[in-house]
Design a protein. Sequence first.
Length: 201
Amino acid sequence: MTTRGKHTRAVRGRHFGAVALGILCCLPTTSAGAPSEVLGRLRNVLPGAAVRSVVQGPKGYLWVATSAGLSRYDGRRFSFTWHGEGMANGMSTLTVDPHGAVWAAGQGETLLHITAERTRRIVVPEVTQPYALLAEDTQIVVGDDSGVAVVSLAPNGSHSTQRFESGVEFARVRALARDPQGTLWAGGDEGLWRIEGQAMK
């Protein structure tokens, strides 16, 4: 093997180790085994998958969004809960809403709403490429590759969508937050926006 090949493998190994150790910091304390055993399971369950987002649900489960799909860790083992059917390139981002449900976005117009009872698939044509989620009481805010979509959820399961465009080509929105005054903020490749009324400023 060439020196370049050895260096590439070493860099990839360090990258996987950094991601895995970051995940371990969030894992529930169990008698599942030593950290080296958990790292081994990570390699077996998520082979070659890029980890894009990690959240912990209210019951302590660790949810991992990867390029291969969505996986859940219960303190003892990893299991796939969604293999990315209908979603090219797997999952992109995760969040937890005030009711304890997990929301996941794929590489397209599909959102997953995951509760203890079921996993509901919601198709939002107004969303293109999600990068960030902000789950609120009756709505989910999605940051994508051209702005922000606010998806309002009705009790009967229907939804409506309001879009806010950045006006900047390829202005990917990668972070979302709402301040104590109720103002929605969006951060992305082209800077920071404040959403007021019907516009991103």
